[in-house]
Design a binder for this molecule. Sequence first.
Ligand code: GDP
Ligand code: ZN
Length: 281
Amino acid sequence: MNRVIKVETDRYTVDTGKETVVCFARKKVKRSSDIVVGDFVELENSEGVLTVKRVLERKNSLIRPSIANIDYIIMTIAPLPEPDFYLVDKMLINCARRNIGFIICVNKTDLDDGFLKKVTDQYGADVKIISVCAKDNEISQLTEVLRGRFSCFAGQSAVGKSSMINALHGEKIAKSGELSANNRGKNTTTRATLYKLDEGTFIADTPGFGLLEVFDVEYDELDLYYSEYVELSQKCKYHRCMHVSEPGCEVKRRVEEGTLNKDRYERYIETYKDLKSKKKY
Ligand code: GDP
Ligand code: ZN
């Protein structure tokens, strides 16, 4: 498959699997759909000039940065800086709504032994969780989930995204400073570049913050994004129980019993109330 890995004004760098080629695009193609990084394209060779003939249908896309066909958002958190779990909840929902896979990556495992368990207690039933220590180059779980996929990193500043990316690239890029310059956002990058780690394995150099621009879920559908609650809801007394204050709610019962994570539930209630009050006005 031909994948666009870099977009300049009218030049597109495309990875064909065998080689990297620079192409132009037919005006008609550009008019009908902007070509963005991550796109799969059909190429044609007209008199020695490679051109993009067609952009294949996207499975998902982000606007800032412009990027398409993301397999995973790697949501990175660490014991320090203290995580904002509301942010994790929202990213998880936004990824589900946009058909993007979501993985939680716990970094800085050297700092706190109990942190991974705290995260697993909250998200283990809903999300794949991996743990790494970028400082010591212990990133094998990350390497494994990235393989053959296109992933994009997200997470608060200072959780270690650049350190992980540098560890993935090894010495070469870390030394050139190319990646860190991009990550520090010196020029507010709206265009991403894909970095190839392996055949078919790509990562984006820009964090997937575009996902946070809108949080447009309806309050009465919020529960559907908590897969653990969806399963339990079969035992709730009411059909379409929102697990807030309805009688005979299994989710609430499990939280009170201590077999369902209370922190994540309390944030669910906060988010639910927040969305509902916004709806009124
Ligand atoms: P970014 O803002 O998410 O890109 O974070 P950085 O990669 O710049 O890392 C922020 C700080 O955390 C730096 O001082 C790193 O050296 C440090 N750091 C990164 N990974 C680890 C780790 O696994 N353990 C510890 N203790 N510190 C780390
Ligand atoms: Zn319920």
